[in-house]
Design a protein around this ligand. Sequence first.
Ligand code: SF4
Length: 279
Amino acid sequence: MRQINLVDITKLVKEAVIKINYNLDQSLVSLIQKAKTNETRDLSKSILSDILENQEIAKEGNIPLCQDTGVVVVLLEVGNNVTYEGDIYEAINEGVRQGYLEGYLRKSMVTHPFNRVNTLDNTPAIIHTKIIQGDKIKMKIAAKGGGSENMSKVTMLTPTEGIEGVKQLVLDTIFNAGGKPCPPLIVGIGIGGNLEKSAQLAKEAIFRDLDDCSDDKTIKKLEEDLYNEINALGVGPMGVGGNTTCLAVKINYYPMHIASLPVAINIQCHSARHTEVEL
Ligand code: SF4
């Protein structure tokens, strides 16, 4: 068994939340640059230029990309040959606490649905845990903005609605969201499992590499079709119209009950802040 010191987990989380809030991933920057050349309208081009300039200013000035510095979501994978003393969830939350304090990041978590009292340190993080083989701890860490999360959706379709039903649901969701989730978007879709599993699949999908495509032929085609059809909606950058409503569509799937076709759509704004670390 490999012994892990939870202080190292705290340090990794702290550094990660600061880094992702100040720096947009270069693969995402490249896609936005490419999208700018595909826009024909001045306003759409100008908004993409502003997004590109904003990320330069954030990187150079060590300041957040957006005023909404997000809820921290952690996809935690713990190797079955790892051992540690203490509470790994508390170690992660301590990293969030230190990172949001030292990085001067807005604290966005409230304790209760109705009293709306701020927890003042952006904890608790939302942590999904998996046991994996091996002697490593891996974490995918995101700072997920509220505007795009609010436009996300879970729906239980019937199996007879099939691919066309899924497409219509996604297109309606993105069109109705308009500029609210700050397009251009990364659209994460989870199909299958049950209610909560589909939502988790959709969340995991937004962490995928931007140049990654599904290894299932049917799902890969659906990713490509939806990418084209979402962009044909004309919502455009920040909803002002244009050719770029999404930068990528990622679909994860899972087996499901014979009577069900659960579909979750997790919308990620252009400020797609996430990273991966391992110990
Ligand atoms: S949706 Fe994204 S870009 Fe828009 S305000 Fe929220 S975090 Fe910022």
